[in-house]
Write a new protein. Structure first.
Length: 377
């Protein structure tokens, strides 16, 4: 009887142990399954987020501006990122605010770090899954300053001259910039003196231009030995205090000299133009010429209104003048062009080949495109 009771207890103990083993086994299996699910999902999230990074660094022009969202779209394919993922940006180790625009004010290599953070929850498991990638944004200042007001001058021995008078230097990005004048003029000695002007923007881009100062001897009328003629001469000049010895006005520039001055400006504009296609470059050139036109006065009469000199130097021009000014810039950039409607009382523009296609460029309006000018359609 006693052996029978012991056998029963043994069976009960075995059953209990079996049940406990089953419980622990089931829990272990479930936990292992959850762990496998978590690992797979975390791996998938990381792979998905990493695949959303676009692979290119970026080049920008100095002082260009981009919105926060456009900057993200430049480097991230939003459609690929996982759900519950936030995006943050660090520019040169400074966290950017989502509401602010970014201005590229530091020339050189700048570091952009993009951080993707996914809020992951599975049952009792919570984890912030972080993926990040760094990019280089190379900021360049390819816009050179422009020196305005360079023109040859003529004075006479004994006159004074301010070599900086009428000269300004401007930069498309910075506005007015500093310039220096190198060279000297001996106002006591007749001759021709060359003066060098240098303009420098804050990023070290330097542009040079020159002009000449001609110092002439004063001329006087010859004395007449005839007393009566001398008396008449003295009488005629008594109210003017010997008018014959006064300084003569500067002579008018020749057409060749005017063209040379205009070409200095055209060359400086051409040097500042950048772009990946002909259309992009020509459009920028047209916009720059249009800026000169907008600053000046529209004229349809006079000596220089139909010339590049009128546009760049005198500040007076028409569609004919802006067309020739743009053509001069394009020549400095290596393009051949023809003048549409030249010498006609109608709108005029440039016709040229860009990217293997015939197109147009308008220096007055500041546009360019393939095909026929919209006015001609």
């Amino acid at each position: 009887m006693k052996n029978k009771k012991n056998l029963i207890w043994l069976i009960i103990i075995i059953i209990i142990l079996v049940i406990i083993s089953l419980i622990f086994g089931i829990n272990y299996a479930l936990n292992r399954k959850d762990k496998n699910i978590i690992n797979r999902e975390i791996t998938l999230i990381k792979e998905t987020n990493n695949s959303s990074f676009l692979g290119k660094d970026l080049e920008k022009e100095y002082l260009d501006t981009i919105t926060y969202n456009d900057l993200i779209d430049t480097f991230i394919d939003r459609e690929k990122i996982s759900k519950n993922t936030s995006i943050s940006l660090e520019y040169n180790n400074v966290l950017l605010e989502g509401s602010e625009d970014i201005t590229f004010s530091l020339v050189g290599e700048n570091k952009l770090k993009i951080i993707l953070e996914t809020d992951y929850n599975y049952k009792n498991h919570h984890e912030d899954i972080i993926s990040s990638k760094e990019y280089t944004i190379l900021v360049k200042d390819t816009i050179y300053p422009v020196i305005n007001g360079l023109s040859d001058k003529t004075i006479y021995v004994g006159d004074s001259i301010n070599l900086e008078e009428g000269i300004t230097a401007t930069d498309e990005k910075e506005g007015e910039v500093s310039f220096t004048v190198e060279g000297s003029v001996d106002t006591k000695k007749a001759g021709t003196y060359e003066v060098l002007v240098k303009a420098t923007d804050q990023n070290g881009n330097v542009v040079e231009g020159t002009f000449k100062v001609t110092v002439k001897n004063k001329t006087t009328s010859k004395s007449n030995t005839n007393n009566s003629n001398q008396s008449n001469n003295n009488n005629s000049n008594s109210s003017n205090n010997n008018n014959n010895n006064q300084t003569k006005p500067s002579g008018e520039l020749t057409a060749k000299e005017k063209e040379a001055q205009a070409r200095v400006i055209a060359r400086e504009i051409a040097r500042s133009i950048t772009g990946s296609t002909d259309l992009e470059k020509v459009t920028k050139a047209a916009e720059r010429v249009s800026e000169y036109y907008q600053k000046g006065v529209h004229k349809e009469s006079g000596v220089d209104y139909r010339t590049a000199y009128g546009v760049f130097i005198k500040g007076e021009s028409s569609c004919a003048g802006t067309t020739r000014a743009l053509g001069m810039v394009l020549e400095e950039m290596g393009y051949s062009w023809t003048h549409a409607n030249e010498n006609q009382w109608t709108h005029q523009w440039v016709i040229l080949t860009m990217d293997g296609r015939v197109g147009y460029a308008d220096g007055q309006v500041g546009i360019a495109g393939y095909g026929v000018h919209p006015i001609a359609e």
